[in-house]
Design a protein. Structure first.
Lengths: 331, 154
């Protein structure tokens, strides 16, 4: 039978750890500023001036005041060890002792019950990682799992993309997902992976991080006719009356639905490339809090996707002008 | 008389270049349009002055050629308050609207190939009335006056 025992001060295995060896020596002039622990530097200089001697004495006093460990006494943290004694048996006729110097719970569990220890280790890892040991993209998001489940998400673009390398073509799946809470928050994210479901998850996580607010009139439509051009993609959005619905390009439809805009009409001229349509729409919908990126070196170059002031609501315009706006719309 | 396009271009470009004040020719047209911009809150100050400075006293001493109208421009949150100012009625195609058509563009419907006024957008109307010659579109509706729709600003 073996028993776990704490080592006592009189144990024969006691050996002072080598890292805390200290040599009390007079420091040389060259090493006055560092407390040298190398024994080769303990040579005295030929001459020491009075001021230097005083410095040396001051340092020695400091040294004596420091709490250097007394290596003759056992330190409760560093010298704590676990010793296990194995009595001689028929097969092993000699007394054996196992000493563990840095004690971990795992070691203790392994000693006592080796089978259960393996199971608990694996179980702890599976929660966060999958087979290959990667972290799921849906972890570390600012919303709880319940909140994430309630979001409206739609995969707008999915395609196979290729990276040409010297050793051949690397194919991956790309996904663009738009996410919104249906009440004024919307964002889009892109993700790439070998498999489409994982790329979609990455895109979903990116979209959740990119969500930003959208100004709505009566929580159902845009405030005014808005137009923008991104490359060859020209898009115009118009406010419409209650019950009109969303009559627009399918990509625009999903973004507006996620944002919580219920009545609008839109037209896309020129290029209808889905990615550019989505980018143009986000540029024109999301007002943002920061002013325009002017691109004069302060804050960097102007970015295409920051252009325009976005959709601003009536109170913002009223505040700018210092006047009330009269609304003469009949619908 | 210079075209209203001159004033539209100067005001728009000055806002985009983030100027503090601009000086335009001293005409009744410029005075009328700048007064409308002041009433609707696009600019903060309209003053008579000279080429040198917006000083009403100096304005009286100099001749007609040196007289100017100065307008002080408004910015908020690092954005210009006026972003676009365009002509509607051009010399090649004049646009005259009656009360019904003015009401249409003010209430969000198209009239005569002219797009309706969006939220926060204004239109300048020049009427035949002596008292009220230069009016904003909604003011013209209230006063029941029609005329030439000169320009729009937002």
């Amino acid at each position: 039978m073996h028993r776990l025992a704490r080592a006592s001060a009189s144990s024969a295995f006691r050996r002072p750890p080598t890292h805390s060896r200290v040599f009390l020596c007079r420091p040389s002039t060259s090493s006055l500023r560092q407390l040298s622990t190398d024994p080769s530097n303990s040579s005295l200089p030929n001459e020491l001036s009075e001021s230097q001697l005083q410095d040396v004495e001051a340092i020695e006093e400091e040294e004596s005041n420091h709490a250097f460990p007394d290596v003759m006494k056992p330190d409760p943290i560093h010298d704590d060890l676990l010793a296990m004694d194995f009595a001689p048996t028929k097969r092993t006729p000699h007394a054996n002792r196992v000493v563990i110097r840095s004690v971990y719970e795992q070691h203790v569990n392994q000693m006592l019950e080796p089978d259960s220890a393996e199971k608990s280790e694996n179980g702890a890892e599976e929660d966060d990682a999958d087979e290959e040991g990667e972290v799921s993209p849906l972890s570390n998001l600012p919303l709880s799992r319940e909140a994430l489940g309630k979001l409206y998400k739609f995969q707008l673009i999915s395609r196979r993309i290729t990276q040409q390398t010297g050793k051949g073509k690397i194919h991956r799946q790309y996904a663009l997902v738009v996410v919104g809470n249906g009440d004024g928050l919307v964002g889009y994210g892109e993700g790439k992976d070998e498999e489409l479901p994982r790329a979609s998850d990455k895109a979903f996580a990116a979209a959740v991080r990119n969500m930003d607010s959208v100004e709505r009139f009566e929580k159902r439509t845009v405030w005014t006719d808005i137009e923008t051009k991104l490359g060859s993609t020209h898009i115009i959005l118009r406010p419409r009356p209650v019950g009109f619905g969303l009559r627009c390009n399918p990509n625009v439809h999903q973004v507006l639905k996620a944002a919580g805009i219920k009545d609008a009409s839109a037209k896309v001229w020129g290029s209808r490339n889905p990615l550019n349509v989505i980018k143009a729409l986000f540029r024109v919908l999301q007002a943002g809090n920061a002013p325009l990126a002017m691109g004069d070196g302060f804050g960097g170059k102007a970015k295409k996707l920051d252009k325009g002031s976005g959709l601003r609501n009536k109170s913002a315009v009223e505040r700018d002008r210092g006047r009330k706006l009269l609304d003469l719309r009949t619908y | 008389m210079p075209l209203p396009y001159d004033l539209c271009a100067r005001v728009q470009n000055a806002f985009r270049a983030r100027h503090h004040k601009i000086a335009v020719d001293h005409t009744t047209q410029n005075l009328g349009i700048l007064s409308i911009l002041l009433r609707t809150g696009f600019i903060s100050n309209v003053t008579r002055g000279t080429i040198e400075s917006p000083s009403p006293t100096d304005f009286l001493r100099v001749g007609e050629a040196q007289r100017r109208i100065w307008a002080e421009l408004k910015y908020r949150d690092d954005r210009p308050v006026l972003s676009d100012m365009e002509l509607i009625s051009r010399p090649s195609r004049r646009i005259f609207m009656d009360i019904g058509e003015l009401r249409r563009i003010c209430s969000g419907r198209r009239a005569q190939t002219i797009k309706p006024l969006g939220m926060g957008e204004i239109a300048v109307v020049r009427t035949k009335s002596k008292e009220h010659e230069w009016l904003e579109a909604r003011e013209a509706l209230q006063l029941n006056l029609d005329g030439e729709v000169i320009c729009r600003a937002r």
